[in-house]
Write a protein of this length. Structure first.
Length: 97
């Protein structure tokens, strides 16, 4: 799945969820980054965010598909959080199918 495909899938979820009130960046390493601002999702590697979640693109695809539990991913090191942990915890409602 391309970064643009991931952006579209995440944008559909963001539009149907309450706004997080903060900016969130998904850093997918060499594959790029996605940023959530309100209910908008941008392909963006450079801008700062309140919370940055770092993971591989493959694990991000699994997370969006519901095949990877975010809490388990964090506990096993497949997902790392920098910044506001409260925002990261709110993401579970956005990521649910």
């Amino acid at each position: 799945m391309s970064l643009e495909d991931l952006q579209q899938k995440l944008a559909m979820k963001a539009r149907t969820s309450p706004p997080l009130g903060k900016t969130v960046k998904f850093d997918l390493g060499a594959d790029g980054a996605l940023r959530i601002e309100g209910q908008t999702v941008l392909v963006d590697a450079g801008a700062p965010a309140d919370t940055t979640i770092t993971m591989t693109r493959v694990n991000f695809e699994k997370l969006l598909a519901g095949d990877l539990d975010p809490t388990l991913a964090f506990m096993t090191g497949k997902l790392k959080v920098a910044g506001d942990m409260g925002v990261a915890m709110k993401l579970s409602s956005l990521l649910e199918d």
